[in-house]
Design a protein around this ligand. Structure first.
Ligand SMILES: [Zn+2]
Length: 270
């Protein structure tokens, strides 16, 4: 059988069309599949009870609300392992719990500026490489082509919920950066959460605390003194991980964070 050149071109176009349709549907199909992370609520509850101190301190009604928030996050945000990371449903629940904790008292808030949480097996460097000596980054909120994405290392996600003595929780840290970013700038002033009249006292206490860190007169992690944005993220980790200790050692800072995160309405189990 012989084709003239017009027929050949037509066959090529049809072939390319079929390939394109197959590719698009395959891609869309995958995306949908990845987005649907329906995890049984009983299982979610058992992991939260076991691993998440913040959850353990809530009464039953607040616990139910927390579980609903975690389910909503899982149903609407992609959580994708990359570079060989192997993640479990427990890891997915811990990501969603980290997202839920800082915004727990804001019923109308969700992460509109986030599509995907990407999980690397270990720390990475600024070029997103994991096999180098300079891989010091535990997690980050993406910019540019990585806009609307968050990256976190699996090790630091897990260790944030494994050591009860630590004030460190990388996943909460990154979600606080996202909340800070919602007003357009990552500057340590989460405009949507902080009442206007508290901005000045917040900055004053922030700068006083940063000075104390620089003079080695504080138990707050040195990294908080990097800049205002890191200060907010680091002291928020401390606030959610060890609120009692923060209240004892830094009462003014604690009070300001209470107002920012609106914790005074919390239904805590006594
Ligand atoms: Zn940071």
């Amino acid at each position: 059988m012989r084709f003239d050149s017009k027929t050949e071109i037509l066959i090529l176009i049809i072939g390319a069309g079929i390939l394109l349709i197959w590719y698009v549907f395959r891609f869309v199909g995958n995306k949908k599949y990845k987005k649907k992370q329906l995890i049984d609520q009983k299982y979610i509850e058992s992991i939260l009870k076991d691993k998440v101190t913040f959850f353990q301190q809530l009464d039953q009604a607040a616990r139910n609300k927390f579980i609903d928030r975690v389910s909503y996050f899982l149903a609407t945000t992609m959580i994708s392992p990359e570079k060989g990371a192997i993640i479990t449903d427990q890891d997915r629940i811990l990501v969603a719990a980290s997202a839920t904790i800082p915004l727990f008292h804001f019923d109308k808030w969700s992460y509109e500026n986030l599509d995907e949480v990407i999980i690397y097996p270990s720390t990475f460097n600024e070029r997103y490489e994991i096999d180098t000596m300079d891989r010091l980054i535990l997690g980050m909120v993406g910019d540019g082509v990585m806009n609307r994405k968050m990256l976190i290392s699996l090790e630091s996600l897990r260790s944030g919920f494994s050591n009860n003595l630590s004030t460190h929780n990388t996943a909460i840290h990154e979600f606080v950066h996202l909340i800070d970013k919602a007003d357009g700038e990552i500057d340590g002033i989460p405009s949507y959460l902080i009442p206007q009249e508290l901005v000045k006292p917040w900055l004053k206490e922030m700068h006083r605390s940063i000075e104390a860190i620089k003079r080695n007169r504080s138990d707050i992690r040195d990294y908080a003194a990097t800049n205002e944005a890191e200060f907010l993220a680091v002291v928020s980790e401390y606030f959610f991980q060890k609120p009692k200790k923060l209240e004892e050692d830094h009462p003014i800072l604690y009070q300001l964070l209470e107002e920012i995160y609106n914790r005074e309405n919390e239904s805590v189990r006594h």
